[in-house]
Ligand binder design. Structure first.
Ligand code: HEC
Length: 144
C-alpha cells in the first residue's frame, strides 16, 4: 500500500497537469524529432496503462506531466505545417489526457480506462490519415 503523502503529491501533480493542459509550449519539433517523440509517446502510454491497472496514481500523474508538453509540441508541429486535420486530432489527444488527469484525481480505474481508450483512438485516427509505411518503419504521409 502506498503512503498517503505520495498519493497526495500525485493528486496535486494531477491538478497542476489538468490546469497546464491549457497552456502552450514553444519549441517546434523537426520531422526527425517528431518520429522520436512518437516512439517515446508509445512507451509512456504503455506505462500509463500499467499505472492504471496497478492503481499507481502518483506515477500516472508524473507520466501525464511528461505527456502533456509532448502533445503540445505535436500540436505545434502540425500547426506549423498548416495541417488542420492532424491539429484537430492532436487536440483530441490532449482532451483525452485531461480526461485521464481527472480520472487520476478521482482515483477511478474505470474512468481512467475510458480515457486511455479515447487517447489510443486518437493515435489510430491520426496514423490512418497522416502516416504511411516507410521501409521498416513509418513516415509522415506525403502531403500531410
Ligand atoms: C496528430 C497525429 C498523430 C497522433 C495523435 C499520434 N500520432 Fe503517432 N505518428 C504520427 C505520424 C504522422 C507518424 C509517422 C512519423 C514518423 O514515424 O516519423 C507517427 C508515428 C508513430 C510511431 C512510429 C515512430 C517511429 O519510430 O517511426 C509510433 C510508435 C507512434 N506514432 C505512436 C503513437 C501513439 C501511441 C499515439 C497515441 C497515444 C500517437 N502515435 C498519436 C501521427 C500521430
Amino acid at each position: 500500500m502506498r503512503n498517503w503523502q505520495l498519493v497526495r503529491s500525485g493528486v496535486i501533480t494531477l491538478v497542476m497537469v489538468t490546469a497546464l493542459g491549457g497552456a502552450a509550449t514553444a519549441q517546434e519539433l523537426t520531422e526527425e524529432q517528431y518520429g522520436q517523440t512518437m516512439g517515446e509517446v508509445r512507451l509512456l502510454v504503455g506505462d500509463v496503462s500499467q499505472f492504471i491497472d496497478n492503481r499507481y496514481w502518483p506515477e500516472l500523474g508524473e507520466t501525464l506531466d511528461t505527456l502533456f508538453p509532448m502533445f503540445r509540441q505535436i500540436e505545434a508541429f502540425w500547426q506549423g505545417r498548416g495541417n488542420d486535420s492532424a491539429l484537430a486530432i492532436a487536440g483530441e489527444s490532449i482532451a483525452a489526457l485531461q480526461e485521464l488527469g481527472r480520472a487520476g484525481i478521482d482515483m477511478n480505474v474505470g474512468a481512467a480506462q475510458t480515457g486511455l481508450g479515447n487517447l489510443r483512438a486518437t493515435c489510430g485516427k491520426c496514423h490512418g490519415a497522416h502516416r504511411e509505411p516507410d521501409g521498416d518503419g513509418f513516415k509522415i504521409k506525403a502531403g500531410s
